[in-house]
Design a protein around this ligand. Structure first.
Ligand code: NAP
Length: 488
């Protein structure tokens, strides 16, 4: 077994939005786990920033203790909490910044990470203040959460404004899907084995399905979600990033820019979808009242408290128009209030050209490689095998578990945020999106959004707890294929 990586030197991390949902559910638990694994050295400082003036250092530690208590023993938690401080600050105003600057500048030249876990409309004011306060040193990095803009022009505007304050190499645009173990394993499977490469192309791959299904509705994020919708919230970033990793050419080496160059080529090779073909290649839906996990749930307009034309479901038939993939559909699907919470990529290979078996032996289904990202991470290759024993040739589909859990032993499951936060500290931008990728993804999404906005048709209703509108089923069944909903 390989040794754990050496812990980086003590660093400073400022979480703008230190009291928010992302900090509570993802960032602070991730930091606690890395600390417990010895990957965060004593002397590291984590500063939470938000407007709440009722909090001070102790009050913040007490709040965070309440969030993290179930996840660590008291001693470890105490040691972690000792790294935390808090400053109340409205980032839009001058007051309070000098105090943050004094605190951060004090130990001199160490890695400084500014994590912008706030609404995107204050990303730029934060960056401008950071620069104005002289906090942009040689080892400064800024982490930006999605969404980066709502179209190409606004994304470029944000990127320009941030670029005015920080170099591209200092800017870490996070897409936490890229930090998932299975997503990295896809790169290992493809490029560390000679087996898959010859068949990873149109001649052998029938189609690819990428599904990101959520059971939740809009929860507390209705105002944001109604402005965004599933296309902006999910497809433009997470689903396209996954598509890129499936479709990209082998980079010449595993370096941040080599990998991102290849992803960019995929985005630029996506066949455009716009006014002429959006209706035939895409389906938008919106959930109505139904039941998920046996619980009755309201429809989207009721949850929102108003009628809306925002889509909570998208299905698209995309194509990467290049030599490797021409003609291979990439079916993308994401939605809220689906029957299952599941994110997975299914690479479906072509059927055998001719069956030598009688019908009575059982069907021969095409092989498929299933990469599951959540809820559990796994890689499964579905093969057709002979059912052992007498009774002639009977065939059955069997899953080959390629996660190799036994080979690697029981390991602590490292959350994507754990990996990504430590990559920022170490200065490794490989799993973060470069500016041109973000803008290329918008350049593909914009005409689809424009076509939908110009259309008289509203998103098609679907019952909460179903796999979306029937039109989404028709989208794939027209091609003689079906959505794979039953993989386990
Ligand atoms: P949130 O719960 O609304 O938290 C926002 C945080 O920002 C709070 O701590 C808030 O505290 C602080 N804040 C707001 N205005 C401020 C100001 N003017 N000055 C200083 N602090 C301010 O939001 P969130 O869900 O954590 O999301 C944060 C970012 O992550 C968003 O860009 C979101 O799109 C992205 N994101 C979130 C998730 C998630 O799971 N939550 C997932 C993916 C991406 P005060 O109100 O006390 O100031």
């Amino acid at each position: 077994m390989s040794a754990p990586p050496v812990a980086p030197d003590p660093f400073d991390l400022v979480i703008f939005g230190g009291t928010g949902d992302l900090a509570r559910r993802k960032l602070l638990p991730a930091l606690l786990h890395r600390f417990a694994d010895g990957q965060i050295a004593p002397g590291t400082r984590i500063l939470g920033v938000a407007r709440d003036e009722g909090l001070d250092d102790e009050g913040y530690r007490t709040t965070v203790r309440g969030w993290l208590q179930p996840q660590a023993g008291p001693q470890r938690l105490d040691a972690f909490l000792a790294l935390l401080n808090y400053r109340a600050l409205d980032v839009r105003h001058e007051a309070g910044w000098d105090e943050v600057a004094r605190l951060i500048l004090a130990p001199g030249d160490r890695v400084r990470v500014f994590y912008l876990a706030t609404a995107p409309d204050i990303f730029v004011p934060i960056c401008e203040r950071l620069r104005g306060c002289g906090l942009n040193g040689p080892a400064t990095r800024v982490v930006i959460e999605k969404p980066i803009g709502s179209d190409r022009a606004s994304a470029a505007g944000i990127n320009d404004a941030i670029g005015h304050c920080f170099d591209e190499r200092q800017t870490y645009r996070i897409d936490h899907y890229l930090g998932k173990e299975t997503v990295q394993n896809l790169t290992a499977l493809r490029f560390a084995n000679a087996l898959f490469e010859p068949i990873w192309r149109a001649e052998h791959v029938d189609h690819v399905q990428i599904t990101v299904a959520e059971t939740v509705g809009v929860e507390g994020r209705a105002a944001y979600y109604d402005r965004a919708g599933a296309m902006r919230d999910m497809v433009q970033n997470h689903l396209l990033q996954l598509l890129c990793l499936v479709a990209m050419e082998p980079p010449s080496r595993l370096s941040a820019d080599a990998l991102r160059d290849e992803k960019l080529k995929v985005l630029r090779a996506l066949r455009p979808i716009g006014a002429a073909n959006a209706a035939s290649l895409g389906v938008r839906g919106q959930y109505r009242a139904g039941a998920v996990d046996g619980q009755a749930v309201p429809g989207y307009p009721d949850e929102l408290g108003a009628p809306s034309r925002t889509e909570t479901f998208v299905a698209l038939k995309a194509e990467v128009a290049n030599w490797r993939w021409a003609g291979v559909p990439f079916y993308l699907r994401t939605g809220k209030r689906m029957p299952l919470r599941v994110s997975e990529i299914v690479v479906s290979f072509r059927a055998v050209p001719h069956s030598i078996f009688e019908g009575s032996t059982g069907p021969i289904h095409p092989n498929r490689l299933v990469l599951r990202l959540q809820p559990d991470e796994s890689v499964t290759l579905w093969l057709t095998n002979k059912v052992p024993g007498p009774g002639g040739m009977r065939l059955r589909d069997v899953p080959l578990d390629m996660s190799f859990a036994e080979t690697f032993g029981r390991q602590h499951h490292v959350d994507a945020y754990e990996r990504l936060l430590m990559d920022v500290v170490r200065g490794n931008p490989m799993l973060f999106m470069r500016r041109d990728e973000v803008e290329a993804a918008w350049a593909w999404a914009d005409p689809i959004l424009a076509a939908w906005a110009a259309s008289d048709d509203a998103p098609k209703p679907y019952t909460a707890g179903s796999w979306g509108p029937s039109a989404a089923v028709a989208l794939i069944e027209r091609d003689g294929r079906t959505w794979i909903d039953d993989v386990d």
